[in-house]
Write a protein that binds this ligand. Structure first.
Ligand SMILES: Cc1cc2nc3c(=O)[nH]c(=O)nc-3n(C[C@H](O)[C@H](O)[C@H](O)COP(=O)(O)O)c2cc1C
Length: 278
């Protein structure tokens, strides 16, 4: 698939074919794409654990289940728990990673001088701050970039995914034998979509003008109508949700997959009575 079309066809998938396994090779390609992602100083802090549902204990599945994940947890045959490993930022390792970039001619123009500069200027600064930097927004961006690349490969391979967030993920460390330096971030359901690839249309996004600025905040980045036309032709911009037949598709999915009509994965606490209760 052309790259722009992969971006256009990607949308969160929440209904999967439970009976169709995901090929191990396809998961490997996703992981390889994650490994290829850009990251701070090439420290490679993005990590993942593949969880095959048919091999997982009921306790593990219960623990990883996110609140807004009923349909995905019922139907997806595979999950990836993405986590950030703060140990990748440990100063001695980090400095070595930078020096490896110098050795492989990926930073600097002279190997010895670049390495000396790393020791003289970067090592003292990073040495004082690496623990904070290991949990900074930038560090988690590493994981986001890796997850994004894995996600796009999934669609290129005919799969669908849904990234999911949950405070419960903090509890999975022991069950998955994660090291203390691991910060679980996101659970991703992976499988063959039970939905049509359109999944009811492309997800509607916030207006472009509200998001992107030029030179200063408040001055919207001016768009060229020809670009929109080009991206429509390339399949990156597609018919928005909901397509006219989406309600019928959702009813069909609900019946075919024998799903309850809800999105919350476990019983929510009873809402407090309107008068505050007593
Ligand atoms: C970090 C992250 C966490 C998410 N958590 C959930 C979730 O818990 N449950 C869910 O149904 N969707 C979840 N999503 C999917 C988003 O709702 C979805 O990406 C968003 O509506 C935009 O739609 P799109 O992915 O189709 O563009 C999450 C997405 C991301 C990136």
């Amino acid at each position: 698939m052309e790259f722009k079309q992969v971006i256009g066809r990607r949308r969160a998938i929440r209904f999967f074919l439970p009976h169709r396994p995901v090929e191990r090779q396809k998961i490997e390609k996703m992981l390889e794409a994650a490994r290829r992602a850009s990251c701070v100083g090439n420290v490679n802090s993005a990590r993942g654990i593949v969880i095959w549902k048919d091999q997982a204990s009921a306790q593990l599945i219960k623990t990883i289940t996110p609140p807004l994940g009923y349909q995905q947890m019922q139907t997806a045959p595979c999950f990836i728990l993405w986590y950030h490993d703060t140990s990748a930022y440990e100063i001695t390792k980090w400095v070595q990673d930078l020096k490896n970039l110098a050795d492989t001619r990926r930073i600097g123009t002279d190997v010895d001088e670049t390495k000396a500069e790393i020791d003289r200027l970067l090592k003292p600064v990073f040495g004082a701050a690496w623990q904070q930097m290991a949990v900074s927004p930038l560090a988690f961006m590493d994981l986001g970039l890796a997850v994004c690349q894995a996600m796009l490969i999934a669609y290129d391979e005919g799969l669908g995914v849904c990234p999911m967030s949950s405070p419960r993920l903090e509890q999975v460390g022991k069950l998955l034998k994660l090291p203390d330096t691991a910060v679980p971030v996101c659970l991703m359901a992976v499988g063959y979509p039970a939905e049509s690839w359109e999944a009811g249309g492309q997800t509607v996004k916030a207006p472009f003008d509200n998001l992107f600025h030029e030179m200063e905040y408040g001055r919207a980045f001016e768009r060229d109508p020809a670009v929109e036309k080009e991206l429509v032709a390339a399949g990156m911009l597609q018919a928005p949700a909901p397509l006219p037949w989406r309600d019928a598709e959702l009813k069909y999915l609900e019946n075919a997959l024998k799903l309850e009509r809800r999105i919350i994965a476990f019983p929510a606490p009873d809402p407090a009575p309107a008068d505050g209760g007593s």
